[in-house]
Write a protein that binds this ligand. Structure first.
Ligand SMILES: [Fe+2]
Length: 161
């Protein structure tokens, strides 16, 4: 099951995005080098991550406060992915042992999230980035990707068990 819904207002998303975007470069881990989330054919994506525990408290609390509820699951952690212009993630599945994921997009027009019907790479389905929009899925073998980002792209990834 994959679903898309509004979660934050434009203004609220903008404020939290500004807080996150103001972080020093030292907070971000280059995921092409550190714990790369490999693609189906072992390709490496290009994006940066900062985990919940690494954020300054003011940001950690602000994001904790907007944690999306998924009935039947408990949010255990979250991480922010920052994709520079031209960066992205190859088609992959998430294999970190969680049972559901929600993806909160923090800006519009930065690109898209792509998933594949029946995990068929010939059947891509696009969900365009929109500020405050939430994508949820609990099918953990769902193949998905992030095509080349059109502008700097921040997404908060909430992880559930
Ligand atoms: Fe993923």
């Amino acid at each position: 099951m994959i679903s898309v819904e509004p979660h934050l207002g434009e203004q609220q998303a903008h404020i939290i995005r500004q807080m996150i975007a103001s972080l020093d470069e030292a907070y971000w881990r280059d995921r092409s080098r550190h714990k790369p989330n490999l693609g189906l054919n072992a390709e490496v994506g290009y994006y940066f991550s900062c985990g919940r525990e690494s954020f300054p408290e003011v940001i950690r609390l602000a994001v904790d406060a907007i944690e999306p509820i998924i009935p039947g699951y408990e949010c255990e952690d979250w991480v922010v992915n920052r994709t520079p212009i031209g960066g992205g993630m190859p088609p992959h599945i998430d294999n970190e042992g969680y049972l559901a994921v929600s993806l909160l997009c923090m800006q519009s027009n930065s690109g898209e999230f792509r998933w594949y019907e029946n995990n068929d790479l010939d059947k891509p389905r696009s969900i365009l980035d929109k500020s405050g929009q939430l994508i949820r899925f609990n099918q953990m073998d769902l193949v998905h990707s992030v095509p080349r980002a059109l502008s700097e792209r921040y997404v908060i990834v909430f992880l559930y068990r």
